[in-house]
Design a protein around this ligand. Structure first.
Ligand code: HEC
Length: 144
């Protein structure tokens, strides 16, 4: 299983998505995301692949993450908050979010927690400004 998973990831990296992956990586580099994030390893912040896995299966994820990139995030992954990335314009934030979401292995898509997914969608639909609350809501319920 482990080996198959690795082969799938390798396949994703080396197949047609390679240039898109490079572009995403370059964009993350340019916007200084890589000072705190890596694709596959936790650094100051969670790895981009862990983020993709957490929100995989949620169609609104890219939109939600684009907002958290610009607004910052706290309390979802650990003690260290992510400062708001206001130097990133909304279109670029969406591109980054969409790239991050491509990092989840396809097989994992759709088997995220349904409860977390619908809570997240409700937040987005309600247009809730989660900045002040540190938007602790999307997945907290599912975790406890
Ligand atoms: C100063 C360090 C730092 C920088 C720079 C940074 N991040 Fe983060 N990021 C973090 C930390 C820490 C977290 C976890 C926050 C939490 O626990 O809620 C995080 C979380 C995230 C999340 C998950 C948010 C969620 O709602 O689950 C995304 C997506 C993300 N970062 C993307 C980016 C992108 C894209 C950039 C570049 C524009 C970036 N980050 C720059 C530290 C950083």
């Amino acid at each position: 299983m482990k080996f198959r998973g690795l082969m799938m990831i390798a396949g994703l990296l080396w197949s047609g998505t390679a240039s898109a992956a490079d572009a995403g990586q370059a964009l993350a580099q340019r916007n200084v995301c890589l000072a705190c994030h890596q694709v596959d390893a936790k650094r100051v912040g969670p790895s981009f692949r862990d983020i993709a896995l957490r929100y995989s299966g949620n169609e609104a994820a890219a939109e939600y993450l684009a907002r958290t990139i610009r607004d910052g995030s706290r309390g979802l992954w650990g003690a260290i908050p992510m400062p708001a990335q206001r130097h990133v314009d909304p279109a670029t934030a969406l591109q980054l979010a969409e790239w991050i979401m491509t990092l989840a292995p396809q097989a994992k898509r759709g088997d995220g927690s349904g409860a977390a997914d619908s809570a997240l969608e409700e937040d987005i639909e309600a247009g809730k400004d989660t900045r002040d609350a540190g938007h602790a809501s999307p997945t907290d319920g599912a975790k406890s």
